[in-house]
Design a protein around this ligand. Structure first.
Ligand code: MD3
Ligand code: FE
Length: 204
């Protein structure tokens, strides 16, 4: 359903088996040769989430995209798996958007992880101005998510993101402020967890 213009929420988008399969792929990638890590951002604070970028790397010091992880270990970002790309494309299409994702940011939340309220505006001007969507896929534990308006001052609305839910944010909603205020430990379906993986697909 459409929560706001350009903000589409598909609950239970993924079947249980698909969720378990995606979880296993995320876990293997996180523990693989180019491992997940907790970025230190500009200003020196370490993020409480683990991150692994696929396709392109988001540099936490420069807030820009690059091929190799120059703010961390200089390893090349692993490729974006085709099955991931197809999933994002299908979800975007269901919301009425065309998306050619060139990267996915995989975030891992344990029970103490949070993501402060922010805007995602590090993609190209063309991408942002065209309102090319971000597709978000939630796996594992439930997150309490908040989404606001185009300024920090506007009120936020809370939303529970459960395993298998997909959120598409495009058009006039592309630059809404949003964040993750808390993780509900122990809420992952059987075969998933502990913790939460969130995949955000983007067109840089
Ligand atoms: C609404 N991740 O990686 S995804 C991020 O659950 C990020 O891990 C959160 O924010 C998470 O940048 C939220 C859902 C999301 C992503 C981008 C949006 C919602 C959005 C952009 C505009 C409005
Ligand atoms: Fe974000």
């Amino acid at each position: 359903m459409q929560l706001e213009p350009g903000l589409h929420f598909f609950q239970d988008y993924l079947k249980g088996e698909r969720q378990r399969d995606l979880w296993a792929t995320c876990r293997a990638l996180a523990d693989g040769p180019v491992p997940m890590y907790s970025p230190t951002v500009r200003g020196g604070k370490k993020m409480s989430v683990g991150m692994l970028c696929l396709g392109r790397h988001w540099n936490a010091m420069t807030y820009s995209y690059e091929a190799t992880r120059s703010d961390f270990d200089s390893l090349a970002a692993p490729p974006l798996p085709l099955e991931f790309e197809q999933l994002a494309l299908d979800a975007a299409e269901r919301a009425g958007f065309a998306l050619r994702p060139d990267l996915c940011i995989m975030n891992y939340y344990d029970q103490d992880s949070r993501m402060g309220v922010h805007q995602d505006k590090d993609e190209s001007r063309e991408s942002l101005e065209a309102g090319v969507p971000i597709v978000s896929v939630s796996l594992g534990d439930t997150a309490r998510f908040v989404v606001g308006g185009l300024t920090r001052r506007e009120p936020t609305r809370p939303l529970m993101l459960r395993s298998g839910d997909v959120l598409v944010m495009g058009g006039v909603s592309r630059l809404r402020f949003h964040g993750v205020t808390r993780i509900l430990p122990g809420t992952a379906p059987p075969g998933l967890g502990p913790g939460r993986f969130n995949l955000t697909f983007r067109q840089a």
